[in-house]
Design a protein around this ligand. Structure first.
Ligand SMILES: Nc1ncnc2c1ncn2[C@@H]1O[C@H](COP(=O)(O)OP(=O)(O)OP(=O)(O)O)[C@@H](O)[C@H]1O
Ligand SMILES: [Mg+2]
Length: 234
């Protein structure tokens, strides 16, 4: 479904991504792991069309989307839930969700998508009229994910969704990700919480200094000594 080859990106001359290749198949959860500054966010921003790659190619559903922008990627079925959530604090929960549904032209479609999100995330339904900025950290993360799902993506990219959440909420969040995937959405999951990510992912890539250093089945990485000491604190 997604095929990324030899991506590179430098911010004002500073190399952030040197050589990253990865794939996500239909129905897969794939984890993208790596230390701070490894280039994970830069990679997913290129995939989502927020940054234009300076080298390499991106194909989605057989189409070359290397030079596509966000507003072109969303209708094609790729939605990014960015690092740091970036919800609108002065807008209500419902209004935040509508922002994610902007590609749906008909009000009936947007309303149906909102109802679907309220069924999936009952806490958002209870707080539909509350300002986004007054939601708890966990609720804001659910809202950010629901907003990304409003466009009904084929591929949902989550950039560090568990950041700053209490362990119990992380578990709840990951259960939601599994449920979203079970409904047919592929997931590319950027995480520092490698243990949780490897629990739900089928495969994973490890980025090091802008390069794809490792790629393997999640179960092999969990049992790998180098990965265990570098990312799992074991
Ligand atoms: N807007 C920017 N301008 C300049 N340099 C940047 C910018 N964003 C990221 N960088 C640099 O690019 C490199 C890769 O950053 P990136 O955000 O992709 O890493 P990351 O793997 O997502 O890290 P983290 O786990 O901390 O989120 C880092 O050295 C970072 O300092
Ligand atoms: Mg990042």
């Amino acid at each position: 479904m997604l095929e990324v080859r030899q991506l590179a990106y430098a911010y004002a001359g500073a190399m952030a991504v040197r050589d990253v290749s990865l794939t996500v198949g239909a129905g897969e959860i794939v984890a993208l792991l790596g230390a701070n500054g490894a280039g994970k966010s830069t990679t997913v921003r290129m995939i989502a069309g927020a940054l234009r790659p300076q080298h390499g190619t991106i194909h989605f559903d057989g189409r070359d989307v290397t030079r596509a922008e966000c507003h072109e990627m969303v209708p094609l079925g790729v939605a990014l839930c960015p690092e740091g959530r970036l919800i609108m604090p002065q807008m209500s929960v419902r209004e935040n969700l509508l922002m994610g549904g902007y590609t749906r032209r008909h009000k009936a479609e947007r309303d149906a998508a909102i109802d679907e999100m309220f069924t999936m995330f009952p806490r958002l339904a209870e707080r539909r009229d509350q300002l986004g900025g007054l939601m708890s950290g966990g609720e804001q993360q659910m809202l950010a994910i629901a907003r990304a799902l409003m466009s009904r993506p084929k591929l949902l990219i989550l950039d560090e969704p568990s950041l700053g959440l209490a362990p119990m909420l992380v578990r709840e969040l990951f259960d939601h990700i599994v449920a979203i995937n079970a409904r047919g959405t592929s997931v590319l999951l950027v995480e520092q919480n490698a243990r949780q990510a490897l629990r739900i992912a089928r495969r994973a890539y490890v980025l090091e200094k802008g390069n794809t250093a490792r790629s393997d089945l999640a179960e092999n990485l969990v049992n790998d000594d180098a990965i265990r000491s570098a990312f799992l604190g074991m």
